[in-house]
Ligand binder design. Structure first.
Ligand SMILES: Cc1cc2nc3c(=O)[nH]c(=O)nc-3n(C[C@H](O)[C@H](O)[C@H](O)COP(=O)(O)OP(=O)(O)OC[C@H]3O[C@@H](n4cnc5c(N)ncnc54)[C@H](O)[C@@H]3O)c2cc1C
Length: 367
């Protein structure tokens, strides 16, 4: 085993990289473990090709962007350029990243933790869990696992076919406007992007809404399906897996009779962006305390969901183990210095991951 490190950082997303930059500047010993083969693999895996990256700062935050090197520029560059920016930061700071190495477990106690991966073991005083939240939710429809996509791998594959995008948030909106643009720019494509949400309203931020609005005004073929519920998977006469989705068009007609309007898409033409579930099972395996939302305790998390408990500087109940960024979004339980526990909203944004890294590193540096 190597000499004891000051901090092992799990994940090379904006949060993990920011922590590493600060550690480097302060001459602390560190290592980043990244299960993918690239810097910011999480972003590479989830953003549609060419998506603009917004430097969004949530309303109640007032701090300036704390790690300039990773700040997305105000002119909203495509994700490929942002990844290149991060790769340059890694190269110019000579950040120690072990690619293709997956974090598995932690042994020992503070200040002598052993971080175990699929390739080795590392002795460290502190650990930052910056592994994001990228376990996609399922639709719960028979057959979806085989064919329904979670993102656009190659936008050109969707030219000339009607596509169904499911989800009511920013990720779905980004996919809808990217696909619409690809179709609009392709010659003679009069097929549409159907955008289905289970609710009547969509929850997207201002920047994403602006992109969508622009797409519609430029003649994009976007068709919105509100209150549309994916119902069943079926195999048609040609042996194609299809997904049937329906909208309630009227209230009960009496005698338990309802009228629905439905559509059926080949599953290979469906992209489901219905959120991710947090890494609660991983937190359990690491013996990190989580609190179950019951009654009126939680406004963001649903009844029964378990939220990680963190101090106001994002330390878990195990000394020296911290959690940041997407891993603790969209909310966690904060235990204040007065001992009061309350749900804390935590938007999943590049800015918040970087602010978290600054907060945690400040704590590590003072210990
Ligand atoms: C489609 C889409 C569009 C978005 N657009 C914007 C935007 O315009 N502006 C904005 O501010 N935010 C945006 N976001 C959110 C933003 O990308 C996230 O908030 C941010 O990436 C979170 O950073 P992070 O470092 O916490 O985690 P991630 O970026 O998810 O990084 C986690 C890293 O950890 C690695 N990892 C995971 N598990 C392990 C393991 N066991 N061992 C080792 N490594 C592991 C992953 O491979 C990954 O590289 C968007 C998100 C999506 C999905």
């Amino acid at each position: 085993m190597s000499a004891k490190l000051d901090v092992v950082i799990i994940g090379s997303g904006p949060g993990g990289l920011s922590a590493a930059i600060i550690a480097k500047q302060q001459s602390k010993t560190f290592l980043i473990l990244e299960k993918g083969s690239n810097t910011m693999q999480g972003i590479i895996d989830t953003y549609p090709k060419g998506k603009k990256v917004y430097p969004t700062i949530p309303k109640r935050y007032t701090d300036p962007f704390p790690v300039d090197e990773l700040k997305p520029p105000p002119e909203k560059i495509p994700v490929e350029a942002y990844i290149e920016q991060a790769q340059n930061v890694v190269a110019s700071n000579d950040l120690n990243i072990h690619y293709n190495e997956e974090f598995k477990e932690i042994e020992g106690t503070y200040p002598d933790y052993i971080v175990k991966t699929d390739k080795g073991s590392y002795l460290t005083k502190n650990i930052i869990l910056g592994f994001g939240s990228n376990i996609p939710n399922d639709l719960g429809i028979y057959g979806e696992a085989k064919t329904v996509a979670r993102n656009i791998e190659n936008g050109e594959d969707y030219i000339g076919i009607n596509v169904l995008v499911i989800g009511g948030g920013n990720a779905a909106a980004d996919v809808v406007s990217s696909l619409s643009k690809i179709k609009r720019e392709a010659k003679d494509d009069d097929t549409s992007v159907y955008w289905a949400n289970i609710r009547e309203t969509f929850e997207i931020n201002k920047d994403t809404a602006r992109d969508l609005g622009e797409e519609v005004l430029l003649g994009g073929h976007i068709k919105i399906l509100q209150k549309a519920i994916p119902k069943i998977g079926e195999v048609d006469a040609d042996g194609i897996d299809r997904l049937y989705i329906h909208q309630t068009t009227s209230s009960s007609q009496g005698n338990d009779l309802y009228l629905y309007q439905g559509m059926s898409f080949p599953m290979k033409n469906v992209i489901a962006c219905i959120g991710t579930h947090g890494p609660s099972a991983i937190f359990d395996a690491l013996n990190l305390q989580q609190i179950t939302c019951t009654g009126a305790i939680c406004k963001i998390a649903k009844e029964g969901e378990r939220l990680l408990m963190l101090s106001d500087y994002l330390e878990t109940n195990r000394d020296g183990i911290f959690a940041i960024g997407g891993a603790i979004s969209p909310s966690y339980m904060e235990i204040g210095s007065d001992g009061m526990i309350k749900e804390k909203k935590h938007s999943n944004l590049i800015y918040t991951a970087v602010v978290d890294a600054r907060k945690v590193m400040d704590k590590i540096l003072e210990s």
